[in-house]
Design a protein around this ligand. Structure first.
Ligand code: HEM
Length: 413
């Protein structure tokens, strides 16, 4: 039988199916030291539910200011600096800001992400969902990732940020550029292309911001531009651009991953799909169970700010910690038979897929709404959904993402 020391967490094969490794890690080393990518900082992987919460609660000791970890090479590259100088400074706002600065940003942005704004998006989301289904339903088959799960969140966010349909390809390119900067080691040419995309994105949205300032509309970007909190300065252009950028990065790939992962779970668990199709009142709980099982954001970084002890492990200031939502979400102490997909699981919504505490996902309400409407329409319009080919995940440390998912189905008359 395999021992914990036989596994290499960074092995692409492990990343696409890490659950056997997590089982051992939670039992034997829930705070596990890994080979660090940096010589000046140790790296720890945290896999137990209670320990992940302990870290996320303590923003003083476990800082979210990990942007230097993710930064590009602009500081040491003249050409990159020149390109970025044509835009606005990139600043830490939500995801990578700590309290107290984080509080101002979050309070202002919460003014835009209200339940009434999200509820107003219902008809728009349903219309996009139905148009996407219309585009493939006649063929009784589709590649679900590219034909449904990718376009849905992009179209929703684009509409809410004032991007017309004709600019969608451009919008997707910018979104991909931000994600490329986060996830991969880029060549210098790629860094330069990404920098140009970042600056083009900034100029495009600077114009949208100015137009919404003059003429507000019924959309998210107008709400962001106008957001006011007593005693706080409104968001300036650089802050707005940083927030819009985060909405793109945090809101597209995650929803794509959740939509595709949920479809795969259904196709692989026919009896659960029948259960849902005969009783759509289980839909909300099913969405929570998909989020628990798939954990689209598989992990997130924190930086240790002072020497501390977590469980029985000493952590030095400067160490990097990666909390693993995907491991915590299958912790058997919290979720009985955590590896089993069960649309009726009573505590499915206790998952940590949207994080916990200060940085709890800004878009959780929107993501849930998109998932609920999507699956409802899919299950009302398609039956006998089944896998047409083998599926494949991309190995990625932060994101769980299916490369493609070919399905077949029959149309419900
Ligand atoms: C299923 C879809 C989604 C998942 C799984 C997800 C996951 C997460 C997680 C785990 C965090 C916390 C990160 C941390 O603690 O460091 C987070 C934060 C965030 N999410 Fe999401 N997210 C999703 C959808 C969205 C959407 C649709 C948007 C925007 C439209 C969004 C915007 C954000 C932002 C801006 C933050 C930072 C919040 C802050 O630091 O105050 N997310 N998300």
């Amino acid at each position: 039988m395999k021992q914990l020391s036989d596994y290499n967490f960074f092995d692409p094969e492990l990343l696409v199916c890490p659950y056997e490794f997590y089982k051992l890690a939670r039992e034997e080393a829930p705070i596990m030291e890994l080979p660090s990518p940096r010589t000046d900082a140790k790296l720890f992987l945290v896999t137990r539910y209670d320990l992940v919460i302990e870290i996320l609660k303590d923003t003083k000791v476990f800082s979210s200011n990990f942007s230097t970890l993710l930064a590009g090479k602009e500081e040491s590259d003249d050409e990159l600096q020149k390109i970025y100088a044509q835009g606005w400074p990139q600043i830490n706002t939500l995801l990578t800001a700590d309290p107290p600065e984080h509080e101002r940003f979050r309070a202002l942005v919460n003014k835009a992400f209200t339940s009434s704004r999200i509820n107003k998006m219902h008809d728009l989301i349903q219309q996009i969902v139905d148009e996407l289904i219309d585009s493939f339903i006649g063929q009784n088959q589709c590649e679900f990732v590219s034909e449904f799960a990718v376009p849905l969140p992009i179209k929703v966010i684009a509409q809410q940020l004032g991007v017309p349909q004709t600019d969608l390809p451009q919008f997707k390119q910018w979104s991909d550029a931000f994600i490329a900067r986060l996830g991969h080691r880029l060549s210098r040419e790629q860094e330069i292309e990404c920098a140009k995309d970042v600056v083009a994105f900034q100029h495009y949205f600077h114009d949208v911001i100015e137009s919404r300032k003059k003429q507000p509309q019924d959309d998210l970007i107008s709400d962001l531009v106008q957001a006011k909190v007593l005693g706080e300065r409104s968001l300036n252009t650089a802050e707005l651009l940083s927030i819009i950028q985060q909405i793109l990065v945090a809101g597209n790939e995650t929803v794509t991953s959740a939509l595709a992962g949920g479809m795969l779970l259904l196709a692989k668990n026919q009896e659960q799909m029948k259960l849902l199709q005969t009783d759509l009142s289980q839909l909300e709980n099913f969405v929570e169970e998909v989020l628990r099982m798939e954990s689209p954001t598989a992990g997130m970084w924190r930086v240790v700010t002072q020497d501390t002890k977590l469980g029985d492990v000493d952590l030095e200031a400067g160490s990097l910690v990666m909390v693993r939502f995907d491991a915590a979400n299958r912790d058997p102490i919290k979720f009985q038979e955590g590896e089993r997909f069960d649309v009726r699981r009573h505590n499915a919504s206790n998952h940590l897929s949207f994080g916990y505490g200060t940085h709890f996902c800004l878009g959780a309400m929107l993501a849930r709404k998109e998932m609920q409407i999507a699956y409802e329409r899919l299950l009302l319009r398609l039956k006998n959904i089944r896998l047409a080919q083998d599926y494949q995940y991309s190995p990625n440390i932060l994101m769980r993402s299916l490369k493609h998912l070919y399905i077949e189905f029959d149309k419900i008359a």
